[in-house]
Write a protein that binds this ligand. Sequence first.
Ligand code: XIL
Length: 360
Amino acid sequence: MTDSFLTRRAALGLLAGTAAEAMWQGSGVAAPAAGPTSEVPYGAAISSYALQDDPAYRAAVATYCQVIVPESEMKWDDLHRNRGEYHFENADRIADFARQHHLALRGHTLAWYGAMPEWVNTISTAAEAERELTGHIHTVVSRYRGLVSSWDVVNEPIPDKPVGVTDLRPFVWSRFLEEDYIPIAFRAAAAADPKAMLVLNEYDIEYVGARFRARRDALRHIVRRLLDRNVPLHAVGLQAHLYADRAIDRDGLQAFVSELKGWGLKILITELDVIDDTLPGPEQARDAAVAAKADDFLEAVFAACRPETIITWGLSDRYTWVPTYNKRADGRLNRPLPLDDAMKPKPLMAVIDRYRRRAA
Ligand code: XIL
């Protein structure tokens, strides 16, 4: 690992405090002054296919992003379609782009119910489950050691509507290993890359209402259990897929983030976009409403902490997952992201920039 790479990773604030300090001690390079010295890095989830085929997209990524994360290419069913058989080509394409353009790279994700290959359904014992989970994490994290500076180790462990704080989403790892799959995954990731920032990532944390309070309670419970067991958890990722027609619980969110920060954790905004299918009006009004919703969310988070990064789930409206589940009924394009479909910045980008600078 080169000194400039160390500097970049530390400057981007994407290292866990203790890991970063340990790394600087061994590097022979003066550590940067503690505290926020620069703008919060901005980044986006990236598609390897668009990167390959679309020069305008490629240029926009290089222009606007300081950090990138593969939207799908590091998920289980992309990397590990058959037992013991890994396909790294698409993930490597994104990693190469990050290296060439001196961008930080995040990894997403090592344990998630949403992208599991068929073959895991043949797992039949807890021992086998643990072996496969830790084997996958070892292989993938080791491959990108020194390049991926932070990993979404566990993604979306909480069910949509948790009935209590211990309620976990049922899937292969929780079925065989119960709540232990979470510390097992974190410890395996830490063993494969002791310097990476390890993140627990969740959605629907920020709104007004009993369901969302229950989700914050359940996430708080998982975090507390991990910290009490000395599991190497460094940060919590707030996905922030924001619904234009839902109210943000500013006080609830700010209090929640403050509490996590008080426990020594960092906060990342990992998947920001604004789901706009219900927004009426002309484009200009819709873009303003999208920006205002993000503003509401960011205000509450920044009141409590300086997040490590702000990442949107996609960069341009040309490539967004939003219409998959939330297509507009009027036939117009969704506009959930900071750049429009012609790669022109929208008011959402200005809001993000304002918060990035505010923290500098
Ligand atoms: C989504 C991708 O955007 C889609 O392209 C893919 O088909 C399914 O997954 N929360 C997450 C992301 O953590 O991994 C999801 O990404 C969006 C919701």
